[in-house]
Design a protein around this ligand. Structure first.
Ligand code: GDP
Length: 458
């Protein structure tokens, strides 16, 4: 089951990001959006009673268009509809009801999810008496909170908890079928004997340096939407031309959304006798943060390797839905930490006590630590790589959350002698190194080197 998602929506300035930070209960870093590290600013994991949920601030997602508030609201609602199990509709108790609040309420009427109306900025009990007009929004009971004064937190968490889907209900992603998104160049067709044999969501993206025109914006938006909905994304690359900015943007989007993916080099028949390794090196150098994404070489026109690609995609979907036991996870974690202890920061030693997988699709791991702020992105990437290499998540992204250990988060008691597992891969971390952040310039240089070699011999 994936972790249930709770989305915050509301017009600007009602205090969405303040509410987000307050519920998260910690200082939120505006973090580096690269690599498989969760973008804390817009998404964090929170515990309500015995359940974890993922809180997302839809207002912090994507580009902010200050001139077009309706478009902003539209986007928030769309994100909430697609991803959320529960919606927090935030209004401002101090400023009172505004036309844009009514607009949000109107749009929310079409959202088939539980909505909780949160009157924020109730800094004192008197302010609660002024919120009567919000009942007009038709959301029933209001919950009064103040992110600044720390009021109403328990009540809000309780309401959220009551509305989270039952564990089985949330599990709609059972692997009966697979939603594939095919993104990349236009005119991608899978054919055999002249027949299109797989129904696909083709989202053509024109190749151009910028995506300024409307058409390009909308084709990008379509491609992004298919990525969000997909179980597995096939990122098509044309080996006859250099990898474009749009390809890179799509790849970043896939990374941010933790989607299993395959780089698909199509029209490979035109390139033989180029060795696949050459193209492979170019792809790896261009997308260093997606080093776990497999590369497939196919000729879609006559179906060459297409079955293999579909099998691979199914395998990725399976990996992403896998759950590992706490015992296995902690064995790998302990080894990772003992071989490469996290470096001291601000004279303090970062400590991680234990970890647990709280969800699948994407595999979501929570690590309980003395202070999450002490673990930088480089170290988180190292842990992610170790998990991928030693757990059955070899080719898929993992979402990692670090939480401060509270008193109720006690380490689960492990069975005295874990039952022996058959053919368990030996944990060997000797070859692992820290992978430091690679700069854009370095990526350009490295990719340029492979690129200049690429078409030389043809
Ligand atoms: P967003 O645009 O909806 O994400 O709103 P922000 O979180 O950026 O907050 C907008 C403004 O409201 C900021 O100046 C906050 O300091 C203020 N604010 C947020 N929560 C509260 C609150 O509980 N009480 C008061 N008085 N102000 C708040």
């Amino acid at each position: 089951m994936s972790v249930p998602v709770v989305a915050i929506v509301g017009r600007p300035n009602v205090g969405k990001s303040s509410l987000f930070n307050w519920l998260a209960g910690r200082r939120i870093a505006i973090v580096d959006p690269t690599a498989g590290v969760t973008r804390d600013r817009v998404s964090t994991l929170i515990k309500a009673n015995d359940r974890f949920f993922e809180l997302i601030d839809t207002g912090g997602m994507g580009a902010q268009d200050v001139d077009n508030l309706t478009v902003q609201v539209e986007r928030q609602i769309e994100a909430a509809m697609e991803q959320a199990h529960v919606v927090l509709f935030v209004v401002d108790a101090r400023n009172g009801l505004m036309p844009l609040d009514e607009e949000v309420a109107r749009r929310l009427r079409y959202v088939d999810k539980p909505v909780i109306c949160v009157a924020n900025k109730c800094d004192s009990p008197e302010l609660e008496n002024q919120t009567g007009e919000f009942y007009k929004l038709g959301r029933g009971k209001l919950v009064h909170v103040s992110a600044h004064q720390n009021r109403g937190r328990d009540e809000l968490l309780e309401l959220i908890h009551e509305r989270l889907p039952q564990a089985e209900e949330a599990d709609t992603n059972v692997a009966v079928s697979m939603k594939l998104a095919i993104v990349g160049r236009r005119n991608i067709r899978f054919e055999r004997d002249g027949k299109v044999f797989i129904a696909i969501d083709t989202a053509g993206v024109r190749r151009k340096g910028s995506i300024s025109s409307d058409i390009e914006f909308y084709s990008m938006a379509r491609a992004e939407r298919s990525v969000r909905r997909a179980d597995v994304v096939l990122l098509f690359l044309d080996p006859r031309v250099r990898i474009s900015k749009v390809d890179k943007q799509l790849a970043d989007y896939v990374l941010e959304h933790h989607k299993p993916a395959v780089f698909v080099v199509n029209k490979w028949d035109l390139m033989v006798p180029m060795p696949t390794g050459k193209m492979g090196n170019y792809i790896r150098a261009t997308f260093p943060n997606l080093d776990y994404v497999p590369i497939a070489f196919i000729t879609a026109k006559d179906g060459k390797n297409v079955q293999g690609l579909l099998n691979l995609s199914q395998n990725l979907q399976k990996q992403a839905s896998t759950r590992v036991g706490t015992g296995d996870l902690n064995r790998v974690l302990r080894l990772a930490v003992s071989q490469n202890p996290p470096p001291m920061r601000q004279n303090r030693r970062p400590k991680v006590f234990y970890g647990t997988q709280v969800g699948a699709n994407p595999p979501t791991i929570v690590l309980f630590a003395n202070d999450p702020e002490l673990f930088d992105n480089t170290y988180q990437r190292y842990l992610l790589k170790t998990f991928r290499d030693n757990l059955p998540f070899n080719d898929v992204p993992i979402k990692l959350h670090l939480r401060r250990r509270s008193r109720e988060d006690q380490e689960p008691v492990e069975p005295a002698a874990p039952p022996p597992k058959k053919k368990k891969p030996a944990v060997d971390l000797s070859g692992l190194k820290f992978q430091s952040t690679v700069s854009e310039d370095e990526i350009e240089r490295e990719a340029g080197h492979y690129e200049s070699e690429l078409w030389k011999d043809l």
